[in-house]
Design a protein around this ligand. Structure first.
Ligand SMILES: [Zn+2]
Length: 302
């Protein structure tokens, strides 16, 4: 268990990193951690997160009453309290306005496409909580709809929110969201965003257990049904991931069972096995098959 002085120092460090990376400007953002079973340690109102000192932090109870500290707790305290109320497993909460992810939140585009294997295994999908006026009771209500099934979400026309089993886990999820948003933006600017197929998404979800990743909810088996339930005002119980049906685009080998290695492109060709192709006529290759093709091409150039 971290001591209070260590947690104060950790909040200072995470605040410094958020500010240095441009996730917050001026006095934006807020950070909190659980301090035992009935108290929270929280950043104060109206300070730049890049220039905090450990003595600035506030101690509150789980109802938001200040117990200790010269300053008042964060103006977004209600949102933090709601996360701890809904998620007993959460030890830390981070809120910031990382510009690319916040751009998606402003555009109303959730980060829910099956694009990056690592994001699928860790965060799953990143929905957008409906717009609510910052620092009011509306914001915790908007967050409540998604927090049971998600460790990270965008806040419409506002920013992003992450939670974790410790402060650095919550902070790294903020980094992952912004990184994912940057990559998604670049892919969309380039005009092409190849999605990982549904069966690969399922396989990646299976890896969560193998790697000890504790996701708050599974990926939805039927995204359209899950979205209809959300539209009807129900809380999210699973993570909506947009992925095309079909197989192919395997990014990782099976970890359960140890079958024979996948055939290479050259062995497939020699065995007369046709290459898989999608409905658009594109050829889909595994990483291994692609590596073999590149090696063949390099060899022929020598
Ligand atoms: Zn904010």
């Amino acid at each position: 268990m971290n001591t209070e002085s260590q947690l104060r120092a950790d909040i200072v460090e995470v605040g410094r990193r958020m500010y240095a990376r441009g996730y917050t400007a001026s006095n934006d953002g807020n950070i909190s951690v659980r301090l035992g079973s009935d108290r929270l340690l929280m950043t104060p109102k109206s300070v730049c997160k890049g220039f905090m000192t450990p003595d600035m932090m506030c101690v509150t109870d789980l109802e938001g009453r200040k117990l200790q500290g010269d300053r008042d707790p964060s103006s977004e305290m209600l949102m933090h309290l709601e996360v701890y109320r809904q998620r007993p497993d959460v030890q830390a909460v981070v809120h910031a306005h990382p510009p690319i992810a916040t751009g998606f939140a402003v555009a109303g585009i959730p980060l829910d496409r099956a694009v990056l294997a690592e994001v699928l295994t860790t965060l799953g999908s990143i929905p957008i909580a409906e717009y609510a006026t910052p620092s009011t009771k509306e914001l915790p209500e908007a967050v409540r709809k998604y927090i049971k099934a998600h460790d990270g979400m965008l806040l419409a026309n506002h920013g992003a929110l992450t939670s974790g089993g410790d402060l650095y886990a919550a902070y790294y999820k903020m980094e992952t969201i912004e990184h994912f948003a940057k990559i998604s933006l670049v892919a969309r600017l380039l005009g092409r965003e190849n999605l990982i197929a549904r069966d690969e998404v399922d396989r990646l979800q299976g890896l969560r257990g193998s790697y000890g990743i504790k996701a708050p909810a599974p990926i939805c088996a039927d995204p359209s049904e899950a979205l209809a339930l959300l539209d009807a005002g129900n809380p999210a119980l699973c993570q909506v991931v947009q992925a095309p049906d079909g197989d192919g685009q395997r990014l990782v080998p099976d970890v359960i069972g140890s079958g024979p290695p996948l055939p290479t492109s050259s062995s497939r060709a020699s065995a007369g096995v046709p290459q898989r192709s999608g409905t658009t006529g594109e050829i889909r290759l595994t990483y291994r098959e692609l590596s073999d093709l590149i090696e063949d091409a390099v060899r022929s150039l020598r």
